[in-house]
Design a protein around this ligand. Sequence first.
Ligand code: SF4
Length: 276
Amino acid sequence: MAPQPSLEAKSPYELRIDLGRGVADTDVRTALATGDMGFLHSFTTGSAVDGPGVRVVAWTAGCQWRCLYCHNPDTWTMTNGIPVTLARATEELGKYRHGVRAMKGGFTLSGGEPLMQHRFVEKLFAAATGMGIHTALDTNGYFGDRLSDEALETVSLVLLDLKTWDPERHRSLTGMDNAPTLAFARRLAARRRPIWVRYVLVPGLTDDLEDIAKTAAFAGELGNVERVDVLPFHQMGRYKWKKLGLEYTLENTQPPSNELVEQTCDVFRKAGLKTY
Ligand code: SF4
């Protein structure tokens, strides 16, 4: 049997494609139905930006959205990921359990969109929780209703990406509706599961301060949003769009100015939220 490619990536900006190409369609379907195997784009240790403390992070492959500013378009296709059995993922995670606890961190599943493989997420988070590891789910929230209430109890924190408020603008930015994401946020609030909002600030796309104020008002009223991370757009994923032969429409978009980032943070602060 050919050796498996390394799961550990030097950075999430490393282009990784076709790693699961040899996996038969039926095996993909079985994996999705059982959650006994997942497709991971990459894996890293020592992250300090994907939840509290120092964390182990796995990026899943597969996303149904097509955000114009996505910096990981190689995560869109599930078979670009490495097939990893639940047993292997759990064993790998177990190696770090004492370390992440000592550094007040935990385990984060990001993507791609992890909930494309919600059964794998449920089983892996149950295993992590069983080992006493804090778990964070970085998600666009669209498939939040796939997680049972019981499974939600194993999610210590949700890093929820809110992209833009206006539904039309949301569709042109991501290709999808934002109503399911907002419904998931309300459900998390009702079940008192903490949220950290992530807001990617892209000049010309998500920098309308009135629109941001609506997102901020919504987040502020939920009562379970512990902080908002305003993430300035960058061009580190541009080369991936080119290598994958995708049309990239943000060629000439610059990162936001410090002033715009500060204005945006202010809008969230006015809604009673902490920003970083
Ligand atoms: S939801 Fe995330 S992974 Fe999916 S297209 Fe948007 S930015 Fe990319």
